[in-house]
Design a protein around this ligand. Sequence first.
Ligand SMILES: Cc1ncc(COP(=O)(O)O)c(C=O)c1O
Length: 489
Amino acid sequence: MTRDEFRAAAMDAIDLVTRYWDGLEDGPVSSDARPGALLAALPASAPERPEAFDAVKRDLVRLILPGLTHWQSPRFFAYFPCNVSEPGVLGEILSAGLNVNGMLWSTSPAATELEIRVLDWMAELLGLPARFRSDAPDGRGGGVIQGTASEATLAALLAARVRALGSAVAPAGSGRLVAYASHQAHSSVAKAAMIAGVAGGPDDREGLRLIETDGELAMSASALAAAIAEDRRAGRTPFFVCATVGTTGTLAADPVAAVAAIARAERLWLHVDAAMEGNAWVCPEFRSSARGLEDADSVCVNPHKWLLTNFDCDLFWTADRASLIRALSVQPEYLRNAASESGSVVDFRDWQVPLGRRFRALKLWMVARMLGAEGLRAHVRRGVEMARAFASWARADGRLEVHEPCRISLVCFRVRGEGPGADARTKRLLERVNATGRVLLSHTTVPARGNPCGPKRFLIRVAVGGTFTDERHVREAWDLIARELGSLD
Ligand SMILES: Cc1ncc(COP(=O)(O)O)c(C=O)c1O
């Protein structure tokens, strides 16, 4: 490609993206692709001769786009949002073009220093305690961008292990390590425990104990304390607890302050997974769930969910960078350099599992500057308002039961009634609404209030917060639900 051809193709690509966004207003949310359809349409081998951008673009439009789920559709309400934004896309383009690898300070000094500064900005915007900042008075804190919350949780768990044992390997005679999270915690906690060798598999309840929750699906602090005491009596070594603020199922928030008090008394590492809800902390009125963070060892938030920053971007802060670095640092000869050896720079390869790293700070910097704190707060507030409107319509409909408390930007509900009949009807409602192709909703299952060990109830989830979602889209989702409810049986 000549530079001129590249420039023209790049303009064309942006034009395609813009038209794609415009088309989302009326288009379907999900794809009706059949398994194997795209595989059958693609040649088995890569082309021998170079092809023109136009030819590739044609196939993108003809073959690929119809097989996508349109996460940026304003009527996408499944899982959690995965925000796009103009500054985020511009940041991605620039970072792709520059394509630097910021594994060490010396491999791109500005990439590292921009990341340090932007993470401090974000810590301030979210109202995080000063101990997580790179310039914390004791010099022990700091933030780093990880790809995902799963990587952040793994990094936290590995740091916790090093702090508990003095090394990554348990000294002879030390008891089995035990991690704790509520049974509503994200599956990435179990995955981290598996990867670290703390749990033998996803169902190993000795290495990772899933603590029962209260009626609001928040971790019971007294059950956590009892589990730790039981494990100590059995000769095991409790070392890590993950509190979730904004669970994936229902956005339930664990009581961080109470969990932190236990973690401190028991010398456990406390990691706070605020992947979704942490974004709401940009607004002071949503910060009550952050109480207790001043005693946490680490916290993660995903702006790629709800803070208008393109995927992927997870913010991970720790107040004990030394343990993190001890867990993740290796020093091959070929990466040795004077700056690292001077001890005066940060090498982010020591703060993450991979060595190489994308220049993700650029897009976050652009998002923060081009939207401003004001723009970020407005986005979160709009999402919360729309979710509240939806919840009020659902509460007013006697055929439905809304899961309470209905927190922040997520509404969970089911068809009223007890037993398998109500569950089956709720599932059917979800299938019918999604089959229209106009909206996409997802589901979760939760224990019934007051019966944490009993059968689970099926809930439909409506997660508001898409970049292009307006009240009319939320209204359309509600109208569809009400219509399908009317013809359920
Ligand atoms: C509370 C919570 N933690 C962790 C994750 C995993 O996030 P990621 O895909 O960034 O690993 C999710 C995903 O939705 C989540 O809701």
